[in-house]
Design a protein around this ligand. Structure first.
Ligand code: NAI
Length: 254
């Protein structure tokens, strides 16, 4: 079935970091279903191949590249390779993310650096590369995957909360600078989504607490992140920039 015109992503090229699993996979498949060509940039080649097959099955042009987003020197070559193979990038989804849970008192410098490099710095540097190309084509969409911990304090993920908080401010600040170039930059705030990242929270007391606090009464599925991502990637959101959209079963309102 064809997507309604305002959500139609035919003619777009989307990059999804960490797109070989979890929320990234859900979003990559959603963008492809709406017609976008999709490049997934992620580390595990076997998982890359598996999602690539799913994307190709949807009938869109697709590639996967092995990329560790913490390797700054590799970011520009990867983005250039996407453009050589698929065309100008019009959608960037900064999704790759990691979490380290430890008290602030015992948080190690190397963990701080790794978490902030993955969840914040790489998003900025990839966005900086993407907007250069988007400006030439006078359009673009950047979607940053933030977190409830962009807003609330975290129990034991100091670097994660700091990075995700910074990502929302990066979203707003870049949105202002690039709005005149018809580039919209927004963030999605997932609630608790069933992925590898949240496996430690899917049993025991913490699971009960999450379910009680989430009005929907359950974890979300990765595919349920796709609708808001397609909206933010499409013409339907051309007057939406610098915003954060919660996809969280109501977690943030309680
Ligand atoms: P996940 O662990 O299932 O997927 C994360 C993806 O990022 C994986 O493909 C992983 O390989 C990739 N990745 C991590 N470090 C990377 C690196 N250095 N280079 C390239 N790829 C890298 O986790 P999930 O849940 O799908 O998370 C996706 C995003 O959503 C993350 O930014 C996470 O912080 C965010 N998020 C997830 C929530 C959830 O409930 N699952 C809630 C709030 C935010």
């Amino acid at each position: 079935m064809a997507a309604p015109k305002m959500f139609d992503l035919n003619g777009n090229v989307a990059v999804v970091t960490g797109g070989n699993g979890g929320i990234g996979r859900g979003i990559a498949l959603g963008l492809a279903e709406a017609g976008a060509a999709v490049a997934i940039l992620a580390r595990n080649e076997e998982k890359n191949r598996s999602v690539l097959a799913e994307l190709e099955h949807l009938g869109v042009p697709a590639i996967s590249l092995k990329l560790d987003v913490t390797q700054r020197a590799q970011l520009r070559p990867a983005m250039e390779e996407v453009e050589r193979k698929l065309g100008p990038i019009s959608i960037l989804v900064n999704n790759a993310g990691i979490s380290v849970l430890r008290s602030a008192l015992k948080f190690r410098a190397e963990d701080w650096d790794r978490v902030v490099e993955t969840n914040l710095n790489s998003c900025f540097f990839l966005s900086q590369i993407a907007v250069q190309s988007m400006m030439q084509h006078k359009r673009g969409k950047i979607i940053n995957i933030a977190s409830e911990y962009s807003i609330f304090g975290a129990q034991s993920g100091i670097a994660y909360a700091a990075a995700k908080g910074g990502l929302v401010q990066t979203t707003k600040t870049m949105a202002i600078e690039f709005a005149p170039h018809n580039i919209q930059i927004n963030a999605l705030i997932p609630g608790w989504i069933d992925t590898e990242l949240t496996l430690p929270a899917q049993s025991g007391k913490i699971f009960e607490e999450i379910i009680t606090r989430t009005p929907a009464g359950r974890f979300g599925k990765s595919e349920e992140m796709a609708g808001a991502a397609v909206f933010l990637a499409s013409h339907a959101s051309d007057f939406v920039t610098g915003s954060t959209i919660y996809v969280d079963g109501g977690y943030a309102i309680r």
